[in-house]
Design a protein around this ligand. Sequence first.
Ligand code: THU
Length: 130
Amino acid sequence: MKDLFNKAKAVLPNSYSVYSNFKVAAALRLKNGEIITGVNVENASFGLTNCAERSALFTAYSQGYRKEDIKEMLITTEQTELISPCGACRQVMRELMPDDAKVHMTTVDGKTKTVENKDLLPFAFTENDL
Ligand code: THU
């Protein structure tokens, strides 16, 4: 997991968080070994902000990867306490990542908590409900 963490940490300065000053980075490991990163990108129209998790996933999908290609996601911040994905990200993660993909929440000073994607959003509305 150290390599995934290092990739996320490396892009943390790219976070465009001019309003919150709250930098977040996410790194996705694909089953082919490739690592795809994302950061939060804010907007003066606050609701249009894109979280790091969604940035990473949308980048992966833009490159042609799909759910079955994704192994795990790591999230990191400069904060001393762990953060977990927001509700909007959980909904997107549920559809775009496998249910059993591991989600690692980390801090730059070494705290880690790992859960499975499906446990972040119980009783989810999914593509199977349409
Ligand atoms: N944010 C993320 O990028 N991921 C999370 O899991 C929680 C929040 C961003 C959104 C916003 O740019 C900033 O952190 C403060 O909410």
